[in-house]
Ligand binder design. Structure first.
Ligand code: AMP
Length: 961
């Protein structure tokens, strides 16, 4: 502390000031001091070094003995000073320079006398106390006088502590030759100062050695943080400032004051920080603002700090897409274009059930569930389950943020309208045993909670518990009860029930166990009938043995059958065949094809159709957009395909066959036929209008603009449409992104249906060696090789669509020639993963491209795989480039990362580093095509023998993944 204090004293600028109590130089007139004896000190007028007139006293009685000359000042009030300083300026004659002197001295004495009042001219020597003997540092000689050199001495003496109201000073001369040029009497004080925004008043130090502690008071517009304190030293210096004041809110420290913030600035907290500029979208016109007000249409939530920019509600979410799975739907959307300047955006989903016609919607009721929830969603997806089957719903998704409640209530939302699919009924949950006997049991049950349509019948499957389901019986019942006859007495049976609607079977109930009555007991028997029963039992046992024999022999035969569904049926006691789902009817099977058109398509009046503009060109004529207004229905946007004039009868038939096919379909992911115009010209096919046109062009236009989830949503829609087609027994044969249409909600629908023309029409189709045109790049090898078109070959094409979608419309196999594609695919080459393609999706592509079509997934499985991915988006995070490499790629597994090839060029370039790289040495190529050929020839054919490419394993070309 001492060192610090010393350092402080040493470093701090001198802060003390002095207050004069007496200054002889300031007096122009006679000073009137008392001189005793009167011939001692005499007052004379002179000028100082600046020629200012001054009064001085002098004495020089050196020629006489015993000098004792006193000069007393007037009474000097002490004020508050305790310690007084006396500064004397004088000249003194060198005794040696005076010839013949008698009493010459070179000193004089300084005395003082304290009194409480002025004593006037009363002067008594003995009352005075001596302060000091004053000697000159320099005295002057006769020569100095001649040269007019003034040797002025300055001496300062302290006096104190003073206690009385005032005092006198006295100068005693005992025989010197001295001139008192000036006398100044003063005291020191610590002057008024401002430190750390605290004001410290003028303070007079005490005479003792202790410091005077002084409390500071805060300057205007500030408040005490720590009590401000300083110490005034005896030397009149301020020491050790402690504590501080802080400027109030709305004020900042400028100089030694707290000044109001200027307009456009604010200060919300007290403290010695500067005022801050108003944050974006806020302002203040006044001085001293503690916060800034928000501009019009901007708001600040209660919990928002004042330093935060004012914000506004978000705009509506965008690009809502829906993926319907029976009675559930996954909604997915993109973040609003404007989040209002906030991060706390959440989404609320409102469900409305709608009927055709204007404003025919009401809020969804009852069991509809939202996963994870309907309001306060932080992610841009929600799954809605337990909707009614085959019902229209509108979902309104609005975005909210922290200031939405403050804004005028204009709802910003995006809406999507969907129609749920048919759905199988839910499981039967309540089963009741009504009656049991030795050989039978009666049961009843409740209809499933969600029948999702009219229940056609119930399937009751039962078997002996110990048989472990290896042999079972199936019964069908139209009602909700059944009696099972022909059972073994005293035996445990297990039973399951499931309901069937037009959409198929629902889930099975849980297994229900029951036991028939023992032989000795039957609630329906009479004692008198025991014999009869025994006989009938014997007959029954024989019959049962026969039946079992038949059943077992049929089962053994049937076990060889492939289809698990078929496997079960012959065991059913009822022996009913399952009614098939609605199947597709080939219009060619009609003798008169126009009959087929009118069976499946509605004839429209040309007057109901307004054509607006041409949007594309089809094989048979232009494709236009327009409007369709049917009586008592709302006008809708439609696409109109026209048959150009001068057509042949075959062309007309082929043109309309598309409508005959399309008209059989009713699915949200299949383009919907509105009707046909055949009775007037031009002949037209009218379908729903798809605002975004075909998928390949749409993706190219929006390269890299969608989230993976959005792409998967689109793919899920396509897979769902294809599942529907394959369930109906329709093989598309030309599934490609160019034949998928996209509407304004990003819903993808399968289009381009036809018969012979399907492939003729497609510019991608090429003639194969066996005749017939085929879109080589999209078609499965078996379909190219021997025209084996099946749903499994559609799955191959779906894999190519998957690749097209994930690469935003890239051309499959880039510039390779069709022949090279056929060859490379046959050899086992598969397209590499598109850039940033999730590993799971690439795996799905590879599965679709299995050489053996039986190993490819079914569309139903594809839909459920994609649903799982949508439900668990984190599974899409690992991209193919970071995942472990699939094994059925043609390229070497260990030395090259195929996943990094996004172009043919990349792929081929890297082929130089493959095990077959030696074969590339010296090979030059001029185009992708020739390089592709070269690489295919070198790597895929010639270099394959293990001797040349040691790491190559031919068996890995195609492997079940
Ligand atoms: P298509 O003859 O079916 O291949 O159709 C030719 C072109 O017309 C397509 O590539 C689309 O750009 C456009 N088009 C066909 N159908 C529709 C539709 N329903 N909505 C919008 N554009 C369509």
């Amino acid at each position: 502390c001492y060192i610090w204090l010393t350092a402080y004293l040493f470093l701090s600028p001198s802060l003390f000031s002095t207050v004069n109590l007496l200054d002889s130089k300031a007096s122009q007139g006679e000073l009137g001091w008392i001189s005793s004896p009167s011939h001692g000190w005499e007052e004379i007028s002179g000028v100082d070094e600046h020629y200012t007139p001054i009064r001085t006293f002098q004495v020089c009685n050196v020629m006489e003995y015993s000098q004792n000359n006193w000069l007393r000042t007037n009474w000097i009030p002490r004020n508050s000073a305790q310690k007084i300083y006396v500064e004397l300026k004088f000249t003194l004659r060198d005794c040696n320079s005076i010839p013949m002197v008698l009493t010459c001295k070179e000193t004089f004495n300084l005395h003082y006398l304290e009194t409480d009042e002025d004593q006037g001219s009363k002067f008594r020597e003995h009352q005075f106390s001596k302060i000091d003997t004053i000697a000159a540092d320099e005295s002057f000689t006769q020569m100095d006088l001649g040269d007019r050199i003034l040797k002025l001495n300055t001496e300062v003496r302290e006096v104190g502590p003073m206690t009385k109201t005032g005092f006198y000073l006295a100068f005693q001369d005992v025989g010197a030759c001295v001139a008192l040029v000036s006398v100044r009497v003063y005291f020191k004080k610590c002057p008024f100062t401002v430190r750390n925004l605290a004001m410290f008043p003028d303070t007079v130090p005490t005479d003792s050695q202790s410091l005077v502690e002084v409390r500071g008071s805060c300057v205007n517009n500030s408040r005490e943080e720590d009590p401000p304190k300083m110490y005034c030293s005896t030397e009149g210096e301020w020491l050790v400032p402690i504590g501080k004041c802080l400027c109030n809110i709305g004020y900042e420290e400028r100089g030694v004051a707290c000044q109001a913030c200027r307009p456009g600035f604010y200060k919300a907290s007290s403290g010695n920080v500067k005022c801050s500029k108003c944050p974006p979208h806020s302002y203040t016109h006044q001085e001293g603002a503690v916060h800034c007000g928000c501009e019009k249409n901007y708001f600040r939530a209660e919990e928002d700090p004042v330093s935060m920019a004012c914000s506004r509600p978000p705009s509506a979410p965008r690009n809502v897409i829906s993926a319907i799975n029976e009675t559930s739907v996954i909604l997915d959307w993109t973040w609003p274009a404007d989040s209002g300047g906030r991060k706390d955006v959440t989404f609320n989903v409102v469900c409305k059930r709608c009927w055709p016609g204007p404003r025919q919607c009401e809020p969804c009721q009852g069991a509809v569930r939202f996963l994870p929830r309907a309001t306060g969603l932080t992610n841009t997806t929600v799954t809605v389950v337990d909707l009614l089957a085959h019902t229209n719903y509108t979902f309104e998704i609005d975005a909210q943020n922290g200031v939405s409640s403050l804004a005028p209530t204009v709802r910003q939302y995006a809406a999507v309208t969907i129609t749920t699919n048919q759905a199988a009924p839910s499981a039967v949950t309540v089963i009741k045993k009504d009656r049991t006997s030795r050989n039978s049991i009666s049961l009843s049950w409740m209809e499933p909670e969600r029948p999702n349509g009219i229940i056609l019948d119930y399937e009751v499957k039962y078997y002996e518990k110990q048989e472990q389901e290896t042999s079972y019986t199936i019964l069908r019942s139209k009602g909700t009860n059944v009696t099972l006859n022909g059972l073994k007495p005293d035996t445990n049976y297990l039973l399951q029930i499931r309901a069937r609607t037009a959409a198929g079977y629902g889930g099975s109930s849980r297994k229900f166990e029951f036991e028939t009555s023992p032989d000795s007991f039957s609630i329906s028997s009479e004692n008198s009938q025991v014999v009869l029963i025994a006989v009938s039992s014997a007959v029954a046992i024989i019959l049962l043995t026969v039946v079992l024999y038949i059943v077992i022999s049929r089962f053994c035969r049937y076990s060889k059958s492939k289809h698990p569904d078929e496997k079960r049926l012959p065991f059913g006691n009822g022996h009913l065949r399952l009614p098939g789902i609605k199947t597709y009817v080939d219009p060619h099977t009609y003798e008169d094809p126009s009959q087929a058109v009118h069976e499946f398509a509605k004839e429209l009046e040309a007057s109901c159709i307004a054509i607006d503009k041409v949007v594309g060109a089809g094989e048979f004529g232009e494709v236009c957009s327009g409007r369709l207004k049917l009586p008592s229905k709302k006008e809708i946007c439609v696409a109109i395909k026209t048959l150009k004039a001068g057509y042949t009868e075959k062309q007309r038939r082929d043109f309309l066959s598309e409508a005959s096919i399309m008209g059989q379909f009713d699915h949200p992911n299949i383009i919907r036929l509105e009707g046909v115009v055949t009775r007037s010209k031009p002949v037209m096919i009218v379908t729903e209008y798809m605002e975004n046109g075909s998928l390949d062009g749409f993706l190219r236009k929006h390269d890299a603009q969608f989230t993976v989830i959005q792409l998967v949503g689109m793919l899920r829609g396509i897979a769902s449409g294809m599942k529907y087609l394959s369930d109906m027994g329709y093989v598309h044969r030309d599934l490609a992104a160019r034949n998928i249409l996209v509407n304004s909600n990003l819903v993808c629908k399968v289009s381009d249906f036809g018969l012979s023309r399907v492939l003729e029409d497609d510019p991608e189709a090429a003639y194969t060696t066996r005749g017939g045109k085929i879109p080589i790049r999209w078609t499965a090898p078996e379909a190219i090789a021997y025209r084996k078109f099946t749903s499994a070959s559609d799955v191959w094409s779906y894999g190519i669509v998957l690749w097209e979608v994930m690469s935003y419309g890239e051309r499959p196999y880039w510039e390779m020639s069709n022949q090279d594609v056929i060859k490379a695919v046959d050899e086992g080459y598969r397209l590499p993963p598109p850039m940033e393609c999730p590993a799971t999706l690439y795996q799905l592509m590879l599965d679709c491209w299995q050489k053996d079509r039986n190993n490819r997934p079914k569309f139903e499985q594809i839909v459920s795989i994609l649903d799982k991915l949508i439900r668990n988006p984190s599974s899409l995070k690992i991209t193919a480039s970071t995942a472990s490499r699939p094994v059925n790629l043609l390229l070497d597994r260990t030395s090259t990362d195929i996943t990094s090839f996004h172009t043919m060029g990349d792929w081929l370039e890297s082929a130089r580093t493959l095990p077959c790289k030696d074969a590339f040495r010296g090979v030059s190529y001029s185009s992708c095509d020739t390089l592709a050929k070269t690489s295919a020839e070198i790597c895929l054919t010639e270099i394959r023998p293990a001797a040349t490419c040691p790491e190559w394993e031919p068996s890995m070309g195609i492997t079940t993944l």
